[in-house]
Design a protein around this ligand. Structure first.
Ligand SMILES: *[C@@H]1O[C@H](CO)[C@@H](O)[C@H](O)[C@H]1NC(C)=O
Ligand SMILES: *[C@@H]1O[C@H](CO)[C@@H](O)[C@H](O)[C@H]1NC(C)=O
Ligand SMILES: *[C@@H]1O[C@H](CO)[C@@H](O)[C@H](O)[C@H]1NC(C)=O
Ligand SMILES: *[C@@H]1O[C@H](CO)[C@@H](O)[C@H](O)[C@H]1NC(C)=O
Length: 633
């Protein structure tokens, strides 16, 4: 009998009642601890997908993009080749196109037109990645284009790794990173459900649940990711600051990839607000082999001539995805490093991103179908969640801002070869992780050290291919308190007045639950509280309003939002029956109330046959009912 009870206790009650799951209302769901995070120093909140408070912000349905109203484009690029559309030629007959290359000049701010080829023929190689194609048909109609592709470059195709490179311990993987600006983990799941599902379920991608930003805005996300340092640690490059210089000499990770023989690609829309160009001085030399900035410098000047979010008949997000695809087409045999980041649909808006879900999923499907993902580490990511004020006024919004989407997917063949890597990666889903870790992971690709399983907690960035130590806290990971989403918890004296009130609330609820069988179940009374911890949202997260300075480096902590709910987690003993319970109680500071939910009370010692009188009929009362008549033995 005892054995059976034990099995029930473990397999039914324990699991189904979500012992450690707790609702922390402010319209937010917090899971304080699960079996996975039980012994961790940093326990992150698990946010609700659709909290009531944020629903209103998503309520407005965006209009579909109307790019096809522009009519089909006449020209396009196919693997470095200029193509004139067959279909358009049929309706317009003879088409003549002037081809004008767009070329980066002295720095990140200027793009110029190269010499025009007056009659660019179908099937000719393009001579630069970006160009204008001004076409005229024999029927008199005209059409102008701005096109991006990947031009064939001898020099790149013939590139060899630097001497001694690649390291013999390098992992044979391309790196493909694609992201959307200002998209929290939750927002990505809300707005890109098909992409998320395909990535996680079909491709087996692993999304980090406790991925935490380390600073404000895009620059402070991408610098750590691509250099391993934050803005304060790197040479001065801020506009208008004495001694500032361009950022070419930063230790960019793509330089390391290039040395190892990789072809490199970088693309980011929103040239005006470029991650490294708006507040910083940008690059003097082109930083990667294929660099999309000159394209956007030109394109954005003429956006007003196109339908919103379109370039001709092509949606602009798709244009970027196509450009990534072109890169993979052009270099089938060379190792590739690609980063592309799209912002205009998600920056400043929460719900336009849903317009790209189908295209993004289709892009991933096509990349897989071409076999490009068979030897590629695919990273889908964001820099941070929404930063605008509508969202920041909600506690959930503050957490979402700090928890962007970050997912990594290794090819299935990789998992067979390096099972330990995948095991660590999956363990790390619940561990505190940051952009510094992405940097360490990228370096690990270039030189994988299989002898180390557990990451070193003293390193600020830890490769996700190693296990992140359980003991890791924000301070170890380079995360300031006001960015840190780990729930603040502290031990509380068991004779604390609030702890006593919380314990009373638990006993009261247990007795209310057994009220329906009062003649069978004894009334329980508190013997003692054996331990108590208190959890609250970190005060500095709630007070953080934004950055004080233009460069987004100094926090303004003057906000007035305060902690209105505090959670107590108690271990307590009741009599008769010496039941030991663990319970989580919410203290609403405004309402001055302690409330507890039956699902968050668990019995942690065995009740054996104590509840025999209700066990069959009312199994949910087993934990709480001490029968008036006890079976001796
Ligand atoms: C694209 O062109 C390059 C260079 O000519 C060639 O090596 C590669 O195989 C082509 N890719 C595809 C998908 O045809
Ligand atoms: C990926 O592509 C291969 C064919 O190349 C196909 O067999 C497989 O089902 C695809 N996987 C997914 C998840 O789409
Ligand atoms: C709680 O107990 C400690 C000793 O264990 C005692 O010093 C303290 O005064 C007590 N506090 C209250 C509120 O009773
Ligand atoms: C108790 O928790 C469950 C599951 O988390 C939830 O569905 C229910 O609404 C909660 N009840 C109260 C009274 O909060």
């Amino acid at each position: 009998m005892t054995a059976i009870v034990l099995v029930l206790f473990l397999s039914v009650d324990w699991k189904k009642l979500c012992v450690w799951d707790v609702c922390f209302v402010d319209d937010m769901a917090f899971v304080i601890r699960s079996a996975d995070t039980k012994d961790q120093a940093c326990v992150h909140p698990i946010l609700k997908l659709w909290p009531q408070s944020l629903k209103v912000l998503y309520a407005k349905k965006p209009l579909p993009l109307g790019c096809s109203s522009a009519g089909p484009d006449w020209v396009y690029v196919d693997n470095g080749t200029f193509r004139i559309s067959e279909q358009v030629r049929k309706s317009h007959r003879q088409i003549t196109c002037a081809f004008t290359p767009l070329v980066r000049l002295a720095d990140d701010m200027t793009v110029i037109e190269g010499p025009t080829v007056p009659d660019m023929r179908d099937g000719w190689p393009i001579t630069s990645d970006f160009f204008k194609a001004n076409c005229q048909a024999s029927d008199g109609s005209v059409r102008d284009h701005l096109i991006s592709g990947i031009a064939y470059e001898d020099e790149v195709h013939e590139r060899r790794p630097a001497p001694g490179q690649p390291d013999p311990a390098a992992l044979p993987l391309n790196v493909l990173m694609f992201g959307f600006d200002s998209t929290s983990h939750m927002s990505w799941m809300r707005m890109l459900p098909r992409t998320h599902r395909y990535f996680t379920e079909a491709l087996g991608g692993v999304v980090l649940d406790a991925y935490n930003v380390v600073g404000d805005a895009t620059t402070q996300a991408l610098l750590p990711m691509f250099t391993g340092f934050n803005g304060l640690e790197l040479p001065e490059a801020r506009r208008g600051h004495p001694g500032a210089t361009q950022i070419d000499r930063y230790p960019w990770v793509w330089k390391r990839f290039r040395d190892a023989g990789y072809v490199t690609q970088w693309g980011e829309d929103g040239a005006k607000y470029g991650t490294f160009q708006y507040r910083l001085l940008g690059f003097k030399e082109q930083p990667v082999d294929h660099y999309m900035r000159p394209f956007y410098l030109e394109a954005e000047r003429q956006y007003d001539r196109h339908y919103p979010y379109c370039l001709g008949s092509v949606p602009r997000h798709l244009n970027m995805l196509n450009w990534v695809r072109e890169f993979f087409d052009m270099y089938p045999r060379m190792p590739k490093f690609s980063f592309a980041f799209h912002s205009e649909l998600s920056h400043g808006y929460l719900n336009r991103l849903q317009l790209v879900d189908d295209d993004t999923e289709a892009f991933l499907r096509a990349m897989n179908a071409s076999g490009y993902l068979d030897n590629t580490l695919l990273i889908l990511m964001a820099d941070h969640g929404a930063r605008f004020s509508d969202v920041r006024q909600y506690v959930q919004g503050k957490y979402e801002e700090r928890m962007p989407y970050m997912g990594l997917r290794f090819p299935a063949s990789f998992e067979r070869k390096y099972p330990e890597v995948m095991r660590h990666l999956r363990t790390n889903v619940n561990r505190l992780t940051t952009p510094y870790d992405i940097h360490a992971t990228l370096l690990d690709i270039l030189k994988y050290d299989s002898s180390v399983n557990l990451g070193n907690i003293r390193h600020r960035g830890i490769s996700l291919l190693k296990e992140i130590p359980r003991e890791r806290k924000c301070v170890d990971a380079g995360v300031d308190a006001h960015w840190c989403v780990c729930l603040a918890w502290e031990a509380v004296a068991t004779n604390d007045t609030n702890v006593k009130a919380a314990a009373s609330a638990v006993v009261r609820l247990m007795n209310e639950l057994t009220d329906v069988r009062r003649q069978l179940c004894r009334i329980l009374a508190l013997v003692r509280v054996t331990s108590a911890v208190r959890y609250a949202a970190s005060d500095s997260i709630l007070r953080y309003r934004g950055s004080k300075d233009f460069d987004l480096r100094e926090a303004d902590l003057s906000g007035i939002m305060s902690v209105s709910k505090v959670l107590y987690q108690l271990t307590m003993v009741t009599t008769p029956g010496e039941g030991v319970f663990e319970a989580t109680v919410t203290h609403d500071l405004n309402q001055k109330q302690f409330s507890v939910n039956a699902t968050s009370i668990s019995r942690i010692n065995m009740y054996g046959e104590q509840p025999h009188c209700v066990a069959e009929e009312l199994p949910h009362l087993r934990k709480f009912c001490y029968c008036v008549t006890q079976i001796s033995g």
